[in-house]
Design a protein around this ligand. Structure first.
Ligand SMILES: Nc1ncnc2c1ncn2[C@@H]1O[C@H](COP(=O)(O)OP(=O)(O)OP(=O)(O)O)[C@@H](O)[C@H]1O
Ligand SMILES: [Mg+2]
Length: 244
């Protein structure tokens, strides 16, 4: 089982979009579970568009972490993959962690006990919250979508610090890979991409192009068109992740 966290402390850096379409590609190659650790629950809205808050209250990542539901009852049948949904209740997670620090390791322990899936993809919030720590402690691979922004390098450095802190809890070396997203061909974008690629110790995977259809399909909660340029880009990303 490969556990993959999609993370960047910069908001709006294509984390949820990457999580959705990477899951779509991975689910063609093996059993895939997707987990929403962002209280904004955008990923949950994509996979469970018709579920009410009451449906999601029956089992979700907050209840799983706080011991109010078990693994099996936290899983919902989503569009093309199983999902443990997110909930706005994650706003209380940091308070719960202060009462019980073992919550930080809980997802890792649960996933290690349940090997029913080939791939687990975890979407995270665009901020350094406890949810991010839970996901970093749980995963083997960290995918960092990077978009052209003046804060890109600083956000990456902040995340690398968070990753270092999570290693104090697990003693585990993660594989950290950048996924350039929405880069154009301008000199500014090329310079930034070269700076990302030159960061030592980290691989840069194949880029995801800027594409209106990626945006519309995620808004309409639809799949990418088979064999289209974005479909091929996420298929390639999935193959590269599997090969890590
Ligand atoms: N490759 C792409 N081409 C065009 N638009 C994209 C692409 N990837 C993401 N977007 C758009 O960029 C916006 C931000 O993407 P997304 O919601 O995935 O970011 P995020 O990092 O999850 O944000 P947050 O930090 O708020 O959770 C969305 O409107 C999304 O549709
Ligand atoms: Mg998001």
């Amino acid at each position: 089982m490969k556990i993959i966290t999609v993370s960047n402390i910069k908001g709006g850096s294509a984390k949820t979009t990457t999580s959705i379409f990477l899951t779509e590609a991975l689910s063609r190659k093996g059993r895939t579970l997707v987990i929403d650790l962002d209280m904004q629950a955008d990923l949950t809205d994509y996979f469970l568009p018709d579920s009410s808050p009451e449906d999601i209250d029956k089992g979700n990542i907050f209840k799983l972490l706080t011991g109010e539901s078990d693994f099996a009852s936290s899983i919902h049948k989503g569009k093309f993959a199983d999902i443990i949904p997110g909930t706005i209740d994650l706003a209380y997670l940091t308070t719960r962690v202060f009462q019980n620090f073992s919550i930080l390791k809980k997802l890792r322990t649960i996933l290690n006990e349940n090997k029913d899936y080939d791939f687990v993809v975890i979407d995270t919030p665009g901020s350094a919250r406890s949810e991010l720590t839970v996901s970093l402690v749980a995963c083997d691979i960290i995918l960092v979508p990077v978009t052209p922004s003046k804060w890109a390098i600083r956000a990456v450095n902040l995340l690398l610090d968070e990753i270092k802190n999570s290693r104090e809890i697990t003693n585990k070396e993660h594989k950290v890979c950048f996924v350039p997203s929405m880069f154009g061909k301008s000199i500014k974008h090329t310079d930034l991409l070269n700076r990302i690629r030159s960061l030592e110790d980290f691989k840069t995977l194949s880029p995801i192009p800027k594409s209106e259809s990626i945006k519309t399909k995620s808004e309409k909660r639809a799949k990418l068109q088979l064999k289209s340029v974005p479909w091929e880009a996420f298929d390639q990303l999935a193959n590269e992740v599997i090969a890590l």
